[in-house]
Design a protein around this ligand. Sequence first.
Ligand SMILES: [Zn+2]
Length: 234
Amino acid sequence: MITKKILKVGLGVIIFSFILRAQISTISTAAMSDHGNFDFKEYLNKPRIALTFDDGPHQFFTSEILKVLEREGARATFFVVGKQVKIFPELLQEIARSGNEIGNHTYNHYNLTMLDEAQINFEIKSNEELIKRVTSLTPRFFRPPGGHYNYKVVEAAKDNGEDMALWSIHPRDTDRPQVEYILQKVLNNVEDQSVILLHSGVEQTLEALPQLIRELRKKGYRLVTLSELDGKSS
Ligand SMILES: [Zn+2]
């Protein structure tokens, strides 16, 4: 009984120290660089936003995005597609190891409003199981491809225990606009709690990312995962 208790406490300490380390590393690269001396209260009270990267893992760009996020001390959420995970499972593990969040973006990336209930359920469930198998993590958020949904999609997400997460800002990066357009579209519209939709396989997005993160930070934002934005750690 006591041994069990100690084990539990011990585990708690390990988990806590892990969270603390993650926090400190984010702080040291994020808030500390903005301010000469660090004010924890001010840091926690900063407005927060979530960057999200859809449609990966991408053969070339996912690792590059992760490197930029780490270098800039920011965190994000990756909505991954099952058929991509199947080809690049090691890239999904890389996302998991980095401490960024993984979300469910269905197995095949079909427009779910064109499917029946069983097919919608398959799209959500099979990707969730694949993510679990590859990373041991259970995605908390689900995003329907193209943002297309109806009541059947909402029900299926709920049945699978996932919260549907859309977005508030989309610089239409899949149209491959100029880097400057992506930057301005986000920076001119951002506000506290914004969820920004970006895509993993777009060169211009990767190019825009370092400056985007720095400009957002200059405006006083903390860049967090969706779970953190929602008040729960990932
Ligand atoms: Zn998508």
